[in-house]
Design a binder for this molecule. Structure first.
Ligand code: PLP
Length: 406
């Protein structure tokens, strides 16, 4: 956690700023006095070198919007955080007199691994080891996790995401191993991934406010609570954000906490929105840290759990009725928006975070809509590369051998 969240005055921002200039301006206080302060502008420009698109739609006379976060190289919002993190870490390493090689160890439910591999690909100071669960990622996600070669090693684990995460944690807590390979995490527990994600919520709400005077409420597809916590940071900084609703799949740890007051992490259930299959959301700890007591926290949080059946219906009806082609994760947030009552819809401007491009989940979305989805050019280029990976049992000694030879 940052020691404090810097506050902004929204009138301080010129309307002529680009998204990159704006992001540099609001991230700067977090990096003041650090070794990357002077390079921050350059880092932001290089990291956010793809479009951020906010599309407006109408439902009768009501306007709402969809914030498309999936126009980066691996077609999911994870590109924002992963690219910022890799450029920042490279800069820090370059300044370090005695750097050595850092090994980034990352467990993925599908999208993080691709974004991190892409961001660190060809960076000579880093090796990347990605662990993904066998049979739990889409065919295109798998290709994207295994097409890098060079400084990236991809491991298919005979188990679930939880097994991947457990292996990574075991490796980190083994001091000797951790020191020997200079192990480092790139999951959303890393603040370097979280802060850059606050910029798109801040930017989108500020633009709306300057245009129409409306505050924005966001609905965020949520798994490990990283993206949602980033939205919360933007609100705390003083950007014109009203409500934040977490849309989850059938993994109900968060919504059950809000209704019972008990925080009870549990085993992960596999769902169609697989990148959100998390039974023990890591970033909840940050919310607990921020609020004095669970009661005040519960007062502030809203979460809605969406079933696989509802996801399927939503993908179909969004396409037929609204010409919105969405991935299973974004479908959970659209489901929550459509279910709001009219007075809630009118009270504030609603914005749905669209977290991945639907073509990454073609095996789910195409049969539902009965059509083929166009694949974005950057993703298509990755799908043409050769793929290679090793398969292991979920046992630390097998992981250790691979880290040693990576
Ligand atoms: C990672 C991911 C999520 C969940 O984000 P968290 O920060 O873990 O809550 C949602 N949708 C997609 C497509 C993702 O890749």
């Amino acid at each position: 956690m940052p020691e404090s969240i810097p506050e902004v005055k929204i009138n301080d921002f010129s309307q002529f700023l680009s998204y990159q200039e704006f992001s540099h301006q609001i991230l700067l206080p977090y990096f003041a006095g650090s070794s990357v302060e002077n390079e921050l502008e350059d880092i932001v420009n290089k990291a956010f070198n793809f479009p951020l698109i906010n599309k407006d739609y109408f439902e009768k006379d009501l306007q709402y919007s969809v914030l498309e976060l999936f126009h980066g190289p691996t077609a999911a919002f994870k590109d924002f955080g992963a690219r910022f993190l890799s450029l920042t870490m490279s800069e820090i390493t370059r300044k370090n007199k005695n750097p050595g090689i850092t090994t980034i160890l990352v467990a993925t439910s599908g999208d993080t691994g691709g974004a991190v591999a892409s961001a660190f690909d060809q960076c000579p100071e880093f090796k990347v080891v990605v662990l993904f669960p066998e049979g739990r990622v889409s065919p295109r996600q798998k290709h994207q996790l295994t097409c890098w070669g060079d400084n990236v090693t991809s491991i298919e684990v005979k188990g679930e995401f939880d097994d991947c995460q457990r292996l990574v944690k075991e490796a980190f807590s083994n001091n000797e191993l951790s020191m020997k390979h200079n192990l480092c995490s790139a999951n959303s527990i890393n603040i370097g991934r979280l802060l850059p994600q606050a910029t798109y919520y801040a930017w989108s709400s500020l633009k709306r406010y300057k245009g129409s005077g409306d505050n924005t409420s966001f609905i965020v597809p949520t798994g490990n609570l990283g993206n949602a916590f980033a939205c919360f940071i933007a609100k705390e900084m003083g950007f014109p954000i009203d409500q934040i609703i977490f849309a989850t799949n059938s993994n109900k740890t968060i919504s059950d906490f809000i209704s019972t007051g008990q925080w009870e992490p549990r085993a992960t259930l596999p769902t169609l929105a697989s990148a959100m299959d998390v039974g023990n959301p890591s970033n909840m700890e940050r919310f607990f840290h921020f609020f004095d007591s669970p009661e005040t926290l519960i007062d502030k949080l809203q979460a809605v759990s969406v079933t696989d059946e509802q996801i399927i219906d939503q993908i179909r009806s969004e396409y037929q009725d609204n010409q919105i082609l969405c991935c299973p994760h974004t479908a959970t947030a659209l489901h929550v928006y459509r279910g709001l009552c009219d007075s809630d819809k009118k009270e504030t401007h609603w914005c749905i975070a669209a977290t991945a491009h639907p073509s990454k989940f073609e095996n789910i979305v195409e049969p539902i809509i009965g059509e083929e989805i166009m694949v974005p050019e950057k993703l298509r280029a990755l799908l043409e590369l050769d793929s290679s990976f090793v398969t292991i049992d979920p046992e630390l000694n097998q992981l250790v051998d691979i880290i040693a030879s990576a």
